[in-house]
Design a protein around this ligand. Sequence first.
Ligand SMILES: O=C(O)C1=C[C@@H](OP(=O)(O)O)[C@@H](O)[C@H](O)C1
Ligand SMILES: C=C(OP(=O)(O)O)C(=O)O
Length: 447
Amino acid sequence: MSASPDSPPQPRRFSPPGALSGTIRVPGDKSISHRSLMLGALAVGETRVTGLLEGEDVLATAAAMRQMGATITREDDGTWSIHGVGVGGLLQPAAPLDMGNSGTSTRLLMGLVASHAITATFVGDASLSKRPMRRVIDPLSQIGAEFEASEGGTLPLTLRGISPAVPITYRLPVASAQVKSAVLLAGLNTAGTTTVIEPVPTRDHSERMLKGFGADLSVEEKDGERIITLKGEAELKPQTITVPGDPSSAAFFVVAALLVPGSDVLIENVGLNPTRAGLFGVLRQMGGSIEEVNAREVGGEPVADLRVRHSMLRGIAVDPAVAPSMIDEFPVLFVAAALAEGTTTTTGLDELRVKESDRLTAMAEALTLAGAKFEEHEDGLTIHGTGGDPLPGTGEGAAVVSHLDHRIAMSMAVAGLASRNGVEIDDVRPIATSFPNFIALMESLAG
Ligand SMILES: O=C(O)C1=C[C@@H](OP(=O)(O)O)[C@@H](O)[C@H](O)C1
Ligand SMILES: C=C(OP(=O)(O)O)C(=O)O
């Protein structure tokens, strides 16, 4: 699978498989994989990474870091080796940085470039070129970087970094780990103290990993807010990193096992950082049988194996406060809710409208086509579940539209497993951005 514009769309039908059973291991965490490459590229010496996610988004980050001077190689056993250039040592890229479909690559790399005296042009695919970049342009302009971008603040854009940059204190206007990380990464090569105030906590991989690489970073909690302080002109020390499995990828198989009658599945090595694991708590609240076994720590992150068994789910009102800890998991939660008993309400999800697609409208359209019942609101969906009956599925000649969004494609693949007639998806190429072996793992569980 490749989302390269040169290859034609790949439609595919996902049909009810019978019970799912067996043991699988999902690929490495996407957020941690991006950050391993970026921080490794800024350390002096060799960083070694095992379990790196080899999806298109992460490979776009690797290519960009190479364009800016890092030496990054994959060894035959799958270990990645990164020789960094040192903080302040990024080189002027000779060509535009192609970010593909990846918001994380774009926003975090904009932070890195902003405090180096280099100029970079960022380009991306049709989905990424619609996504808002003003949220990083604003704080990075405050440090002194300059931008040439369209009125709407979208890609393609050119960023002229500055060194020395001005250290800032920035209060996040949106709950976004990407914006937080962009400001912190810019702070690495900025003399003085950079502070980010986070009114709503988001995934904390940047903080954990910056500390792990030896940056002087501290986090204080005050009046329910997180205040993150980073001392600049850092010297990062190379690390040996084991990337835990991605909970956002495990989510699809957790929901599939809950929905398909008779299923009993073990998903090994799932990262359970509390800023990421919100979905599993919500599914348990709905009555889902998800057991954590062999809880341990991998690469400084909590990890466990998840045993998931088919369960009758009940609709609930999902607390909007958990949204940041499961922000990428709502599309597949909507699928779970579509088969629950009673009504599930979700609110506070405006951010879903600016992901790879507008995930509220895309899921509303896709679930309608598959026969689910719900209402779309400004900031969420209300879903009326079937009470455990399979969804009808898509009819002859009808295909759900994935809008270049891997999570829409994978969520509707799960809906197909839990349907009577199967679900046809217009294009499964986007799945390769975050989960290249998704279909192979699904087939292995279906026996
Ligand atoms: O920092 C990260 O690695 C990510 C942050 C989130 O985006 P936002 O910062 O836009 O919420 C998430 O949706 C994305 O998949 C990965
Ligand atoms: C939103 C996502 O990723 P990104 O912002 O990196 O494109 C995602 O993986 O669901």
